[in-house]
Structures are given as C-alpha cells and as structure tokens.
Design a protein around this ligand. Structure first.
Ligand code: ZN
Length: 66
C-alpha cells in the first residue's frame, strides 16, 4: 500500500495534492554517522495562493560503510 500524505495549506486548510517542485535535502551527520534525508516539496495552494514548503518524505541514511 502506498503511503499518501495529505498536505494542507497552513493558511486555509485546503488540501494540495502535488508539490510544484521537490528536492532532496540531506542533513548533517549524526553522532553515529547516519544522516537524515528529507524530500522537500514546494507547494502552492490553489485556493489562496500561499506558497509553503513541507518535508514530504524522510529517510535515514546509514553511515557509509567501509
Ligand atoms: Zn490556502
């Protein structure tokens, strides 16, 4: 089953189905070397036009093994 996040406009609460744009954002390494990779989505509300960013996906990247 695919996970479907429901993203809502922070101003008016309208559900925005798709981001206009997404890009990955990789966080700084934690103490154990693992990092958090976020997928940031830029959304624009079709109702009020508000633009906002939401992390649509979050995953943990294990430390680079050697
Ligand atoms: Zn809105």
């Amino acid at each position: 089953m695919a996970e479907k996040a429901s993203i809502k406009c922070p101003s008016c609460g309208t559900e925005v189905e798709k981001p206009k744009k997404t890009w990955p954002l990789i966080g700084r390494p934690a103490r154990d070397g693992s990092r958090i990779k976020l997928m940031i989505g830029q959304f624009e509300c079709p109702r009020c036009g508000r633009k906002f960013k939401v992390a649509v996906k979050k995953e943990r990247i294990p430390p680079e093994g050697r």
